[in-house]
Write a new protein. Structure first.
Length: 296
């Protein structure tokens, strides 16, 4: 992977990691489904009036938007609202890396090297270690929702590859049109009018900052950067980089929310970093047709 693209990947994962505790700040004031609906409404509007629709079928936009907004971020926010610590949520979502590696093998005939397989095994140990040592008291349902969101993210990665979209920023903006309405309907069905009627009184500077960060940093910038990398490189090369997200997520949770990791968590983080280094090592038997971009 080109050095500048690797730096982009690190910056994207850093912003995504920090987004988890910042989202928690917004969830303290706003219903999780309503917060997600507002996030994607602001990600789409007014930008769709200034950004030309990408040259892909509307079905790809709708599929990605619903998976991205409803099946992924709404479930993450619900899980955090149910008690999953933001640092643990940033960790659990990384199971998408393993799902994406599997999709790459099944759908794109990508080959996993021995280094990548070793990285998967080592990362599994690190992920399990942090999860078992989580200081939070989260419900089983909350953990399950975040795991489903990890699977959803991996499917979103596949859509990016299959749709062959080139206008990445436009794709994110236009796909963001699709989550708000179903999320608003789900909010109404679940809680009635209460979240809407109390919204004005719940909005404060912290909630506004949380929303702005989620929209412009975690959505516009990060998904542009991430989807750009997926377009340029095989999924099996990009997916392991997401393992950096819990490193930034847990560190920023300690700073923002005062959720300090224990010694076991730091050991697990070290294992994840080692797994990333091993998994990103170029395989001498890599398929040249799939890894052509990695040599750029």
């Amino acid at each position: 992977m080109h050095r500048k693209h690797l730096l982009l990947a690190v910056l994207v994962t850093a912003v995504w990691g920090i987004n988890f505790p910042i989202s928690k700040l917004g969830l303290a004031r706003i219903d999780p489904l309503l917060l997600t609906a507002i996030r994607f409404a602001l990600a789409a509007l007014p930008w769709v009036f200034f950004v030309k629709r990408p040259q892909v079928a509307i079905a790809w936009l709708a599929a990605y938007g619903l998976i991205f907004g409803v099946a992924m971020w709404a479930l993450i926010n619900l899980g955090i609202a149910m008690g999953v610590p933001p640092g643990s949520a940033s960790l659990l979502i990384q199971f998408s890396a393993f799902f994406t590696l599997g999709w790459g093998v099944l759908l794109f005939r990508e080959t996993l090297s021995r280094q990548q397989l070793a990285g998967v095994a080592l990362a599994s140990v690190g992920l399990a270690g942090i999860l078992l040592g989580s200081p939070g008291k989260a419900t089983t349902t909350g953990f399950a929702l975040v795991m489903v969101s990890a699977l959803a993210w991996s499917i979103g990665n596949v859509i990016i590859k299959v749709s062959k979209v080139k206008e990445i920023f436009a794709f994110v903006v236009w796909a963001s049109l699709f989550p708000p309405l179903p999320l608003l309907l789900l909010t109404w069905c679940w809680h009635g009018a209460a979240p809407f009627s109390s919204l004005a009184s719940q909005i404060n500077s912290t909630a506004l900052f949380s929303l702005a960060f989620q929209v412009y940093a975690a959505t516009h910038f990060c998904y542009w950067g991430w989807n750009f990398l997926l377009r340029e490189y095989p999924a099996s090369r990009v997916a392991p980089l997401s393992l950096l997200i819990p490193v930034f997520g847990i560190a920023s949770s300690a700073f923002i929310l005062r959720q300090l990791p224990g010694m076991g968590d730091w050991v697990s983080l070290a294992l994840i970093l080692a797994a990333l280094a091993i998994g990103m090592k170029k395989s001498p038997v890599a398929r040249p047709g799939l890894d052509r971009a990695a040599d750029a």
